[in-house]
Ligand binder design. Structure first.
Ligand code: CA
Length: 230
């Protein structure tokens, strides 16, 4: 599963280092250097995780942290703040404003990655776990198998990815564009209708024995895994 990370950092050398290493770790990385652009990018790009530098041009990391936490569309996104050595007071303020963790510069990439995964496991285990469960649905990312109750559900790779996206945030409505982006990738041109076709196949496979349909169609918006189900 691809985890989308937004790196907010204005130092070019550090931008490159983080971009290179986090991409190599399998994350999908977006980098932004100007504090003033961050909220727009967070809203549009919907990252799963934000690495947020403290000292930024125009808007500080701490102010951004506050804004992200105060916005209902973004408040769930985990944040690790990057601080300079010795700014003990800043760290306390950062955690106070809603950061999930902080890391002091300079840091090793392996430590950073371990901390990111630890926060993700704590805040959103459905994103990093090998086996994800929702109601009677079990999805195993290692074996790429899905079960409904005890029954094995045979899914194609696209349907598997679709379910994998939906199961990460039960109840959240994903638009067709958001599903296209997360399942097919940003660079691929696929028509919106294709999403409907694959959701149809996913439903058919999941509900083969006449089970309750766990997928909710939200008219003119998109699809969600029904959080009230199960
Ligand atoms: Ca900085």
């Amino acid at each position: 599963m691809t985890v989308k990370i937004l790196v907010v950092e204005d130092e070019e050398a550090l931008q490159q280092l983080l971009d290179y290493n986090l991409t190599r770790e399998g994350f999908e990385v977006t980098v932004v250097g100007d504090g003033a652009e961050v909220m727009d990018i967070v809203t549009e790009n919907e990252p799963d995780f934000i690495l947020l530098d403290w000292m930024l041009p125009h808007v500080s990391g701490i102010e951004l942290c506050r804004q992200i936490r105060n916005n209902t569309a973004t408040r769930h996104i985990p944040i690790i703040m990057l601080t300079a050595r010795g700014e003990e007071e800043d760290r306390v303020r950062g955690l106070d404003k809603g950061a999930d963790d902080y890391i002091t510069k300079p840091f090793s990439i392996s430590e950073l990655v371990a901390r990111i995964k630890a926060v993700l496991r704590r805040v959103n285990p459905a994103i990093v776990g090998t086996v994800v469960k929702f109601a009677d649905i079990t999805l195993d990312r290692e074996t790429m198998r899905v079960k409904r109750g005890e029954r094995n559900v045979a899914l194609g790779p696209t349907e598997f990815k679709l379910l994998d996206v939906l199961i990460q945030r039960p109840g959240r409505v994903f638009s067709r564009e958001q599903l296209l982006d997360r399942v097919w990738g940003q660079d691929v041109y696929v028509e919106n209708r294709t999403v409907d076709v694959h959701v149809g196949r996913l439903r058919k496979a999941l509900n083969k024995r006449g089970e309750v349909d766990p997928i909710r169609t939200v008219r003119a918006s998109g699809y969600a895994l029904d959080e009230t189900y199960g």
